[in-house]
Design a protein around this ligand. Structure first.
Ligand code: NAD
Length: 497
C-alpha cells in the first residue's frame, strides 16, 4: 500500500520529487490513510508525451492482438475484483458488495470492447463510378483524456477506457483525488495483461491537472464525469481548445409513483435507489413524486424501510456506508437543516444515528423529507447524500411537468401497472434514461449512458454505439487503379458514371 499514491506514466509509477500532495481519507474511520501526488502541468506533459509516442504503434497493432490483450485484462479483472473492491471501499466508503457490483458493471464495458473488430468495421462499395471503389474506416483519434468523479472510482473510468483502447487510442486517466488508488491498480493490471507502455497512463491531481489536459494541443478528446458546473467548464474550455468533448454532469432523479403501483415494490425500490451507496450515485433516486391518494401510505412504507437500514463501516455487515469526506457530511447536514427551515416535514432524521463504526467516520443516516416543494434548497440542489424527498402531486401530467421543469435530465422512473401511463411517461419525459418499474435505469454496456439538459454537455453519451463513435473518426477512401491510358484534362466537378 502506498504512502503517497503515484502517477502511472509510460508503464511505471512516477512521482516528481517536488510534487504537491493531498490527503486521502478512510471515510468509515475518518482518518487520513495516505497522500496522493497532485500533478503539475509538467507531469501532465510527460504523460501526454508517453501517450503520443505510444500512439502510432498501438494504432497499427492488429485488431486480433488488441483484442487478445483486452480478453486478458477482462480475465485478470474478473479474478481479482475483490482486491479492487476493497480499495474502493477503503477510500470511497461504499459497502463491499456495492464496490464489487460497480467493478462488475465496468467489466461489462470491457466485454463489449472485446468485440471491437465488429464495432469498427467499415463499409465497402465497389464500382461507385467506373473502376472506382469507396470504403470507409473508423480510425482512432490519438491520445485521449478521461477525467472521473469520486463516486465510481472504477466503473466510470471503465465507461470509457476499454473502448478507447480497443479502438486504438492511447489514454490518460485523471481520477478524483479523493479516491486515487483504483486507477493505479487498474494501470498495473493493464501492464500485466500485456498492454504496451504508454497506452494507458494515470495522472493524479486536481484542477491544475485538469486544465493542463484541457489545453494540451496533443490531447484529442475529453471524457469528463462530475458535477454540472465543472462539466460545463470542461465542455467550454475543451471545445475552445479544439477537442471533442463529452461532459456528463450532475442529476436530480425523480421516481414517479402512480396510484395503481405496487406500493411495497415502489417503497423497496425508492429506498434501494435513494440510499444505495449513501445516495452518492448520479442515478440515485432523489425525489419520489407521489401521484394522488397513495402519498400517505407510500411515505409510511418508505419511512419504515429507511429506519430499518443499518449504517456502518462498509467492510462490515451493513446496508449503507459513510459519505466520502468530512466536507460532504457537512454539506449534506447543512442541506438537511435548510429543509427543516424551509418547512419540509422531516420524517426520518439521519443526523443522529448509531453506526457500526468509529464515531469519527463521516456518517449521515437515511433521511426522509415529505411535503417538499420545488422552491426548497433540498429540491433545487443536488444533495449527493442519503436524503430522499417526497413531493405530492395530483396527476400524471403534473408529475411529468414537474420532472421536465427540472434543469437536470439524467434518470427518471415511473412505477405503475398501467401500460398507457408508462407509455405516455416515456414519450413525454425530457430525460436521457428512463425506467419503468426500475428505479435506477443504468443502461447495459451495449446501449449508451447519458442524460439530457444540464446532465450532459456534448453530443455523445458514454459506451455503446456512442462510445465507439466518440473514440473514432470516420475516414472515407475513394480509389481507382488506372488501367492504362490517362483520363485527359477536365476541370469540371467529377460526376459518377
Ligand atoms: P467534481 O465535479 O467535484 O469532480 C469531478 C472531477 O473534476 C474530479 O476529477 C475533480 O478532480 C475535477 N475537478 C474538481 N474541481 C475542479 C475544477 N474547479 N476545475 C477542474 N476540474 C475540477 O465531482 P465529484 O464530487 O467528484 O463527483 C460527484 C458529481 O459527479 C455529482 O454531481 C454527480 O452527479 C456527478 N456524476 C455524474 C455522473 C453522470 O453520469 N452524469 C456519474 C457520476 C457522477
Amino acid at each position: 500500500m502506498y504512502t503517497t499514491v503515484p502517477h502511472w506514466i509510460d508503464g511505471a509509477e512516477y512521482t516528481a520529487t517536488d510534487t504537491r500532495t493531498a490527503e486521502v481519507t478512510d471515510p468509515a474511520e475518518g482518518v487520513v490513510t495516505r497522500n496522493v501526488a497532485l500533478a503539475s502541468s509538467g507531469d501532465v506533459a510527460l504523460a501526454v508525451q508517453a501517450a503520443t509516442d505510444a500512439f502510432p504503434g498501438w494504432r497499427d497493432t492488429s485488431l486480433a492482438k488488441r483484442t487478445a490483450i483486452l480478453f486478458r485484462f477482462r480475465e485478470l479483472l474478473n479474478e481479482r475484483k475483490p482486491e479492487l473492491a476493497a480499495l474502493i471501499t477503503a477510500e470511497h466508503g461504499k459497502i463491499l458488495s456495492d464496490a464489487l457490483a460497480e467493478v462488475s458493471r465496468g467489466q461489462e464495458v470491457v466485454e463489449f470492447a472485446c468485440g471491437i473488430a465488429q464495432l469498427v468495421k467499415g463499409e465497402f462499395s465497389e464500382n461507385v463510378s467506373t473502376n472506382v471503389d469507396v470504403h470507409s474506416v473508423r480510425a482512432p483519434l490519438g491520445p485521449v483524456a478521461i477525467i472521473s468523479p469520486f463516486n465510481f472510482p472504477a466503473m466510470v473510468p471503465m465507461w470509457f477506457f476499454p473502448i478507447a483502447i480497443a479502438a486504438g487510442n492511447t489514454v490518460i486517466l485523471k481520477p478524483s483525488e479523493k479516491v486515487p488508488s483504483a486507477a493505479v491498480w487498474i494501470a498495473r493490471l493493464w501492464a500485466e495483461a500485456g498492454l504496451p507502455d504508454g497506452v494507458f497512463n494515470v495522472v493524479n491531481g486536481d484542477k491544475v491537472a485538469v486544465d493542463a489536459l484541457l489545453t494540451h494541443p496533443d490531447i484529442k478528446s475529453i471524457s469528463f464525469v462530475g458535477s454540472t458546473p465543472i462539466a460545463r467548464y470542461v465542455y467550454e474550455t475543451g471545445s475552445a481548445h479544439g477537442k471533442r468533448v463529452q461532459a456528463l454532469g450532475g442529476a436530480k432523479n425523480h421516481m414517479v409513483v402512480m396510484p395503481d403501483a405496487d406500493l411495497d415494490l415502489a417503497a423497496d425500490e425508492a429506498v434501494n435507489g435513494g440510499f444505495g451507496s449513501a445516495g452518492e450515485r448520479c442515478m440515485a433516486v432523489s425525489t419520489v413524486v407521489a401521484v394522488g391518494p397513495i402519498a400517505d401510505r407510500l411515505a409510511e412504507k418508505i419511512a419504515q424501510r429507511a429506519r430499518s437500514l443499518r449504517t456502518g463501516d462498509g467492510r462490515r455487515d451493513c446496508d449503507m456506508g459513510p459519505l466520502v469526506t468530512a466536507a460532504s457530511k457537512e454539506r449534506v447536514t447543512g442541506l438537511i437543516a435548510s429543509g427543516i427551515e424551509q418547512g419540509a416535514t422531516l420524517v426520518v432524521d439521519g443526523r443522529e444515528i448509531s453506526v457500526d463504526a468509529p464515531s469519527t467516520g463521516f456518517f449521515v443516516g437515511p433521511t426522509l423529507f415529505d411535503h417538499v416543494t420545488t422552491d426548497m434548497k433540498i429540491y433545487t440542489e443536488e444533495i449527493f447524500g442519503p436524503v430522499l424527498l417526497i413531493i405530492r402531486v395530483d396527476t400524471l401530467q403534473e408529475a411529468i411537468r414537474l420532472v421536465n421543469s427540472n434543469p437536470y435530465g439524467n434518470g427518471t422512473s415511473i412505477f405503475t401497472g398501467d401500460g398507457r401511463a408508462a407509455r405516455a411517461f416515456q414519450n413525454e419525459i425530457e430525460v436521457g434514461m428512463v425506467g419503468v418499474n426500475v428505479p435506477v435505469p443504468v443502461p447495459v454496456a451495449y446501449y449508451s449512458f447519458g442524460g439530457w439538459k444540464d446532465s450532459l454537455f456534448g453530443d455523445s453519451h458514454a459506451h455503446g454505439a456512442d462510445g465507439v463513435k466518440f473514440f473514432t473518426r470516420a475516414r472515407v477512401v475513394t480509389s481507382r487503379w488506372p488501367l492504362g491510358a490517362g483520363t485527359g484534362i477536365n476541370l469540371g466537378f467529377p460526376v459518377n458514371g
